[in-house]
Write a protein that binds this ligand. Structure first.
Ligand code: SF4
Ligand code: SF4
Length: 212
């Protein structure tokens, strides 16, 4: 597989395939909006910074966990990283098991990374008075983003993106720590992959270089 689109196509005709396609489309829309927002308000992370991933275990939805699991299992075929995720169960404060300082953007699943990772340090939140506010990431020692902004105009806020994300999941909208959620979805996907005759094996267990 050469792309995340190809990964999604492998599940075409199934609920899982449609759910992955919907999630990737939502991520793409959000990425455009956050890029515009950051560009307009001069918000940027420090060069080479990945400190948040060292101190953080993301909360993610079932849809997000499934995409990450499929990315690790069938796109990267990275059994070592899957084992690291399994071993991180019970760790609620980080580092994230998908963090790798030598990987592009420090994230081994960058293309499939969860919503909170896309928004952290790059999005406003709804304040108590109903207005949108942006606060600088506490790890941004280089001060490459404004300390604080309050908006009178309508800007996208984290809560709206969260609602959009939750709407993709049926059932009770379960959210949990990345390590637990991805571990359980890897097992489900292994079963589905075998039903669809998808190959999740990698002869030498070497992660593909197209990772992030
Ligand atoms: S959000 Fe903060 S810690 Fe994370 S990369 Fe940006 S500046 Fe660094
Ligand atoms: S999933 Fe990737 S971006 Fe998110 S915390 Fe883990 S390493 Fe960082």
């Amino acid at each position: 597989m050469d792309s995340i689109e190809e990964l999604i196509r492998a599940f075409e005709g199934t609920y899982v395939g449609q759910n992955m396609a919907d999630l990737v489309e939502l991520y793409s829309t959000i990425e455009k909006q956050t890029n515009n927002f950051c560009s307009k308000y001069s918000i940027a992370c420090g060069s080479g910074c990945g400190t948040c991933c060292e101190h953080f275990m993301p909360d993610i939805t079932v849809s997000e966990a499934r995409l990450v699991a499929a990315y690790l299992l069938l796109f990267k075929k990275d059994t070592t990283r899957i084992e690291a995720v399994n071993n991180a169960q019970g760790n609620t404060s980080g580092p994230c098991p998908l963090y790798d300082p030598d990987s592009p953007h420090h994230c081994t699943v960058y293309q499939a990374r969860p919503l909170i990772c896309r928004l952290f340090g790059a999005c406003a939140s709804q304040g108590k008075d109903g207005r949108a506010v942006f606060r600088r990431c506490k790890y941004n020692g280089e001060q490459t983003m404004p300390l604080s902004l309050t908006f009178d105009e309508d800007v996208p806020v984290m809560q709206d993106y969260s609602y959009a994300l939750r709407s993709l999941d049926d059932g009770n909208g379960k959210v949990g720590y990345l390590s637990e959620m991805v571990s359980s979805l890897v097992e489900q996907l292994r079963f589905l992959s075998s039903m669809l005759s998808l190959d999740d094996t990698n002869p030498d267990d070497t992660p593909t270089p197209l990772a992030s």
